[in-house]
Design a binder for this molecule. Sequence first.
Ligand code: NAD
Length: 246
Amino acid sequence: MSDKKVALITGGTTGIGKAIAHKLAISGYDIALNYYVGDEQAASVVKELEAFNVRVIAIKADVSKYQEVEQMVKEVVTKLGNLNIVVNNAGITDDALILRMQEEQFDRVISTNLKGVWNVCRHVSKVLLKSGYGRIINISSVTGIMGNAGQSNYSAAKAGVIGITKTLARELASRSVTVNAVAPGFIQTQMTDKLPETIINNVLEQIPLKKLGHAEDIANAVAFLASPDASYITGQVISIDGGLAM
Ligand code: NAD
């Protein structure tokens, strides 16, 4: 068995999750990649990460399903021997203004983006408390802080993630497990590629740094929070948004 630290990243095969997986693999962590769709994509990211000389597994599981998450966490510990860093990154959008949003749209986004984070935290907490080195890093969003027209479901979930983060920071602190959130602004990924150009231009005007962020900007902060250098930081929300929320 390896004595390397093990990191689990949910939704780890695309966008921000993939960039986080790369950064943590380069930093020397063994990697468990959770994904939900796209077996071929997952296999290809596993290959890319193995090039960094770390152990990598991919586990298909829907984070919104309590029992699938329980199985996933058991599989990580069985196959990689430990679990130290957990990055709750999986997320979806399903936007509409409140007068048009259907109940199913609200439920779907809450199930994945809020219940999904709780499911993972519920199942990893015991393992992290025992592991001797534990970190939870939750990916929230600037919209969980500021709100955003058309995202009453998404911003509610992302604000809820901040609530879970602060609560677990208090509950798990006795054994030095830290729990923090990162709140990305507008980052160039398939999630923001869906937005119309007019919305992007409007957003750019409001961002002091006048540009969208890159997935690597988020990955760098996550790697710092995962590292021993961040051991006295817990219960915090770090905004990485070009100055949008301040
Ligand atoms: P993305 O669509 O590339 O990544 C989301 C990943 O989550 C995908 O791989 C998807 O398959 C996975 N996923 C979705 N539902 C899942 C489920 N039920 N179980 C397991 N995996 C599931 O988009 P991204 O931009 O890389 O988003 C990553 C995270 O960052 C999300 O939580 C998102 O809300 C957050 N975020 C993104 C931005 C942005 O501007 N891109 C801004 C703020 C926050």
